[in-house]
Every structure is written in C-alpha cells, then in structure tokens.
Design a protein around this ligand. Structure first.
Ligand code: NAP
Length: 296
C-alpha cells in the first residue's frame, strides 16, 4: 500500500489518479480540518478510475495518529511543504517507530534560488534530515507547479486577465522561468517509486525549457486569444510599496522578498531525471494550452 501524506493539496489528486491508473493500492491521509471538497475530489477520481481508495484520518502534529498508518505502508509519498521542518521531524520519528523503509519526498527548486531566505534554509534543513534518516529516499524538487484549475499562479493569472484585460508584472520581464505542468510531477512520482536507480538521490524537475517572462506573457496572450495590457512596475518601487502593504495587512498575499525572487532567473537542468527515469516534461506552450482549455 502507498500512503499519501498531503493528498488533499493541489498536487495530491493528480498523484492519486496516476497511482490508481497503475493499479497501486492507495491510502490518503486526511485531517479532520481538511477541506471537504478536496476530499470529495479524491473520491471522485477513484470512482472515475473504477478503483477504491482508503481515507485515513491523522495529523502530522500528532505522531500517534500517524504511526499505525505508516506501519501498513510499503512506501510513503510525502507532499507536505518541507518548510514545515517540525512536521517532517514528526514524520521521520513515526517512520522509525513503524519500521518504514521507502519514502518519496517533494521538495522544491526554491532551495536553488541564489537568494537568502528562511524558506530556503528550512527546506534545505529538511532535505538534510531526510538524507540522514536511514530511509531509502528519493527527493524530487519541482519548479513552480501549474496546471491545476485552483492553483495560485497561472490559473489565478488567467482568471484575472479574462476578467480585467490587464496584468501587473514586476521588473523588466527578461528573467527566465521554467514552470512544470502538474501531471508531469505526478508522472515523476510514479516513475521513481520502485525505481532503484533513484534510491537515495535528489532530482530537479522542471518544464521542458526555460522561458523568458516576457515570452511567457506572449504565449499566454496567443493561447488565450485575448488582448491584455501589461503594467510593469520596476522592482525597487514595487518592493517599497509591498513592504508598506505587508506591514498594514496581517497575512499579505505578496511580500517584498517574493518581488525580489520574481526577478531572478529560474532555469534548471533535469538531465539526471531524464537519465534515471526518462523524465520528459511538457513545454510551457503545451501545458498552458491544456490549462486554458480546462478553465474554459
Ligand atoms: N505548488 C507549487 O507550485 C509547488 C512548487 C514546488 C514544490 N511544491 C511542493 O509540492 C508539494 C505539494 O504541493 P501542493 O501545492 O500540492 O501543496 P498544498 O496544496 O499546500 O497542500 C499541502 C498538503 O499538506 C497537508 N498538510 C499540511 N499540514 C499537515 C499536517 N499537520 N498533517 C498532515 N497533512 C498536512 C495539507 O492537508 P490539509 O488539506 O488538511 O490542509 C495538504 O494536503 C509540497 O511539498 C510543496 O512544497 C509545490
């Protein structure tokens, strides 16, 4: 049995779909507080595939609730943000108690961004804990994931453009991005689960090739078949304005550090992933076309 921790997130349903299509027996950890519609989505996917999934209630904050589930698992796919190092520590403790052998972890290319940040430090610390855990691990580091109709990046952007016919960007837009289509992440997880070449290794996974931010806007414009204005705000004034906004609002949706990170090149080599598990992702053009069709 494969236990999915983080199945009620954005990536989870796509992983459930892939695993069921490949006849794995799947158990999803859900919390008492998990969104009911996210849980129904998992059940719908199973029904559509003509398969059954088990839902088990637990919480990483309570290791006693996790240990019996981990005991029954052959492999765990851990999709909870590695920024939450304390939750990972609880999982690793539960794994030791349960005698778990194999786990796949989803980290992020954030750890490669050449800027200092607490998020990056925490994720790197989590990766170190995994490496020293004694588990047979594989860590996948996806770049920005898109392709889910309710994600906070390209879906939000497309919905915004459709409604308002303009879009605000920060900086000159000549930086590179390399987002990964969500089904390619799910496929990568499926490919590494039982692949001994990937044991105790870390892989970057990203879209087919890097795209300049301005080129990404052109692609969106042509695939959306809609004209929209682009309002460009230079990085320094944007940082200043966002820092004021971030001090006024308690949970700001944008922080000054994020503005800085947006203007940095984010291009990644995934040649080790191609070598070891034939990773062959969609281009941004192909992925965004699929998302736009889904959002119609
Ligand atoms: N989204 C991206 O662009 C992106 C890019 C690179 C890497 N990643 C990584 O990919 C993974 C999946 O991302 P995602 O966007 O699907 O994440 P997400 O939507 O934020 O989902 C997070 C999941 O973690 C679960 N969780 C949180 N606290 C928990 C706890 N105490 N006990 C048990 N479960 C808990 C949530 O459960 P509830 O539903 O109960 O809250 C949810 O299922 C994460 O590791 C993320 O860091 C994401």
């Amino acid at each position: 049995m494969i236990l999915l921790i983080g199945a009620t997130g954005l990536l989870g349903p796509h992983v459930v779909e892939k695993l069921l299509q490949n006849n794995y027996s799947v158990t999803c950890l859900v919390r008492k507080s998990s969104n009911a519609s996210r849980i129904s989505k998992l059940e719908e996917i199973a029904e559509k595939a003509g398969k059954k999934i088990s839902l088990a209630t637990g919480n990483l904050e309570d290791t006693d609730s996790i240990i019996p589930l981990v005991e029954r698992a052959d492999t765990v796919v851990y999709m909870v943000d590695l920024e939450r190092t304390e939750l990972l520590e609880n999982f690793l403790y539960a794994s030791r108690c349960a005698g778990l052998k194999r786990a796949v972890f989803i980290s992020s290319t954030t750890v490669l961004v050449p800027l200092k940040s607490t998020v990056k430090e925490r994720k790197l610390k989590s990766e170190e804990l995994i490496k020293n855990s004694g588990l047979c691990y594989t860590i996948l580091r996806p770049s920005m994931i898109y392709g889910s109709v309710d994600d906070n990046n390209f879906s939000r952007m497309i919905k915004f453009i459709k409604k308002r016919s303009f879009f605000v960007t920060f900086g000159r837009g000549n930086n590179l991005i390399q987002p990964i289509y969500i089904k390619d992440v799910a496929e990568a997880i499926l490919s590494v689960i039982n692949n001994s070449k990937t044991y105790n290794k870390i892989y970057n996974i990203a879209g087919k090739e890097p795209v300049e931010y301005n080129r990404m806007l052109e692609i969106v414009r042509s695939k959306l078949k809609k004209r929209f204005a682009v309002i460009r705000v230079p990085v320094r004034p944007a940082r200043f304005l966002i820092s004021i906004y971030a001090t006024i609002f308690k949970n700001p949706s944008l922080t000054p550090d994020q503005i800085e990170r947006m203007s940095v090149d984010k291009a990644y080599s995934y040649k080790e992933a191609t070598r070891d598990f034939n990773f062959s992702p969609l281009s941004f053009e192909e992925g965004i076309e699929k998302l736009i069709k889904e959002l119609d």
